[in-house]
Write a protein that binds this ligand. Structure first.
Ligand SMILES: [Zn+2]
Length: 241
């Protein structure tokens, strides 16, 4: 294989590398372009609002349950005392008065706790309304996300197929390059934003888009076709076409 053939092959590798990079960028940009990223962010914000509201509601429910438990204990104690009062007709007036006093005290305490329980229940109402609003806002967005995500996945699958073809074509071409040329190309490519080899079209280097002097172009075109030269301006391997 001649060097001229090697340089033509190098350009083929460069073109495939450029295509692969473009496809990878397109793949990454797909979700954003389709609006999926924005939708997902909106939904995430709604979800976090819902979590916050649900936590506030759970706190109130816990308070309510705790009050209910306290109320149950008080009711049981009051019931016990009342039974003792009915059963203790022979008790002293003083004992009956003490029991009566405790029943009144427990009744009052229970009323206070029931008032607090009512507050805890009433406070849940605006949160329930808030949760309903958040759920209503999220529902159409969730449906939209499902549709858009499916579109993005279809687009990604198409790009993946193109990528697989390009990657295997690139591997086949690169395998045929002389090792020294391949290494030099890789080094330049990493240093120069993905482009290690460029066409010389007329007087212009397609790598840096600068014009070479007529004298320099004449000199390059007169070289034997197997000569590897680089652009004076950008340092890329320059291939006259
Ligand atoms: Zn250049």
């Amino acid at each position: 294989m001649s060097e001229g053939g090697a340089l033509a092959r190098l350009l083929a590798v460069q073109d495939l590398d450029t295509s692969i990079t473009q496809l990878q960028h397109r793949r990454v940009a797909l979700a954003e372009k389709a609006g999926l990223t924005a939708l997902e962010m909106t939904l995430a914000a709604l979800a976090s609002e819902r979590v916050g509201a649900a936590a506030r509601r759970a706190e109130l429910v816990a308070v309510q349950k705790d009050l209910e438990a306290q109320i149950a204990v008080i009711s049981e104690r009051r019931g016990g005392i009342e039974q003792r009062m009915y059963a203790a007709r022979g008790s002293s007036t003083r004992d009956l008065q003490a029991m009566d006093e405790e029943v009144r005290h427990l009744t009052q305490r229970r009323a206070e706790l029931e008032e607090l329980e009512l507050v805890a229940m009433v406070d849940q109402e605006p949160i329930d309304a808030e949760l309903a609003v958040l759920a209503a806002r999220a529902a159409p967005l969730e449906a939209q996300v499902t549709t858009v995500r499916a579109e993005v996945e279809t687009g990604q699958a198409q790009i993946d197929a193109e990528l697989a073809t390009a990657v295997s074509a690139r591997a086949a071409e690169a395998a045929e390059l002389p090792t020294a040329l391949a290494d030099r190309y890789e080094t330049l490519r990493q240093r120069l934003k993905g482009t290690g080899a460029a066409r010389l079209t007329g007087h212009r280097c397609e790598g840096c888009h600068l014009e070479l002097s007529a004298v320099e172009v004449e000199r390059l075109r007169a070289l034997p076709p197997d000569t590897v030269v680089t652009c004076d301006q950008c340092g890329r391997i320059l291939v006259p076409v």
